[in-house]
Design a protein around this ligand. Sequence first.
Ligand SMILES: [Zn+2]
Length: 235
Amino acid sequence: MSVFTITLPDGSHQSVPQGTRPLDVAKSISPRLANDAIVARVNGDLFDLTRPFEGDAQLEILTTKNPDALNVYRHSTAHLLAAAVLELYPGTQLGIGPPTESGFYYDFQRDAKFTPEDLERIEARMRELQAKNLPFERKLTKKSDGLEKYKDDWMKRELIEERAGEVFTEYTLGPDFIDFCRGPHVPSTEKLKAFKLLSIAGAYWKGSEKNPQLQRIYGTAFFTPKELQDYLNRL
Ligand SMILES: [Zn+2]
């Protein structure tokens, strides 16, 4: 079995067996660090805490103090939103769900319009899913298999055509949800402690009015309920 050398920001080294994950290194440093960790930076790139190292690496564990961690946290909450929408409204198609300056959104294609009451239902389902502590898991899919698998999902097909290499990544969230995504994400929904859905708007696919119009659900998320409440009070 291979052994990798992991170099930490203070210059110290650890030798770890193949299969070791950034989360394991965080736990070996301190349970507190593992608890506060949101995502890793490995050789300069953001990297899931639960993704095994693939070789020697420079490792930084990003906690709630790091702005990049907030983007990953918010994007992970967007997946939770998409999972809740698909459970409540089967047949909805997924666009993209990036973080924004102040939260996140997800674009959906669905014939019926989302209403403010729907938003409340969706948020309630997000809370149910969050409480199940569902893991985010990274999967590798061959491009040819992906195009076949998503042959009835035009937005996903376009994204795979444009962005996927020979192999691309998908992330599951629990047993029932999978989405095309580069990641990274938080390890599990346990981390997603404070979010709120805010509004619904129309949005064109890829921002062009030549493309079909989608429904965009905006939300926000913070590391703590207090930060979320302070933000909502300011709105
Ligand atoms: Zn994602």
